[in-house]
Design a protein around this ligand. Structure first.
Ligand code: NAI
Length: 260
């Protein structure tokens, strides 16, 4: 097992990509802190892990809330005795609207979960990673890092682009502590991320983009399954990627190449 005896924190692990990553890291021997503000989702993921003989702890917290994140990280370290891997994955699409129609609190909410949540995950986890070194990763998106073509998603795209900047700053700052920091940039993936998305007046935004028929999902003609994203997280968590830091890796079946 590639992660024997290690401890990993995965945020947003109650669903989708985070759940698939948590399951795979646990399968490779990690004790996984399954963090989500959806308690049922977190418990379901923990049950899936323990049914397979793995070790996991449900951590119910909002990634944008500093005291909740501090307590969640402390609870995981108390239970597992260490922390080696963090995956800042929790994210929302938020409200997609023309800029003059987007409310300030809607902008704040998207940035609070996606960007401040990433910062808080690092803020409280990094002191523990410094003990032995480790691997930190962020789930950003192709959106805001290589493509800008979805109407109205300005706050989301800005949060995702800023996650890449954050990762590069962290890769340099934490290198002397032997902490590697990398970014996964998925394309369309079949999850629940669109369930709470609000689209408002986006038809009024005309980006004048033409797609060749069938070109949007070039590799397989379909979105990814979360289980197709998780192996990249395992690679970045393990010593197989021991010389990789500061990288952003697009895992999108070539989608970002044709709609960039
Ligand atoms: P999902 O909605 O299935 O899972 C996200 C999880 O995060 C949920 O369990 C949700 O309860 C949790 N969450 C949301 N806000 C939270 C908060 N404030 N505190 C704690 N937990 C919170 O969505 P998915 O797709 O698995 O999303 C994971 C990441 O992947 C997100 O950062 C998203 O932006 C990114 N992504 C997703 C893509 C897709 O097509 N599904 C494409 C590119 C990136």
């Amino acid at each position: 097992m590639k992660l024997h005896d290690q401890s990993a924190l995965v945020t947003g692990a109650g669903s989708g990509i985070g759940r698939a990553i948590a399951l795979l890291l646990a399968q490779e021997g990690a004790h996984v802190g399954v963090l989500d503000f959806n308690a049922n989702g977190a418990r379901e993921t923990v049950d899936l892990i323990t049914q397979n003989g793995g070790k996991a702890l449900a951590l119910v917290a909002d990634v944008s809330d500093a005291p909740q994140m501090q307590n969640a990280v402390a609870a995981l370290v108390e239970a597992s005795g260490r922390l080696d891997i963090i995956v800042a994955n929790a994210g929302i699409n938020g409200v997609w609207a023309p800029v003059d129609d987007l409310e300030a609190d809607e902008w704040d909410k998207t940035l609070a979960v996606n960007l401040k949540g990433t910062f808080l995950t690092f803020k409280y986890a990094v002191p523990h990673l410094k003990v032995r070194g480790g691997s930190a990763m962020i789930v950003a998106s192709m959106h805001g890092t290589r493509t800008y073509t979805i109407a109205g998603s300005t706050a989301y795209a800005c949060s995702k682009g800023a996650q890449v900047v954050f990762a590069k700053k962290m890769a340099l700052e934490l290198a002397r502590h032997k902490i590697r920091v990398n970014v996964l940039c998925p394309g369309s993936t079949k999850t629940h991320v669109n369930d709470d998305r609000v689209l408002r007046n986006i038809e009024s935004i005309n980006l004048n983009i033409q797609y060749a028929p069938g070109s949007k999902l070039p590799l397989l003609g379909r979105p990814a399954e979360p289980e197709e994203i998780a192996p990249l997280a395992l690679f970045l968590a393990s010593e197989d990627s021991g010389f990789i830091s500061g990288a952003e890796i697009h895992i999108d079946g070539g989608q970002s190449l044709v709609i960039a």
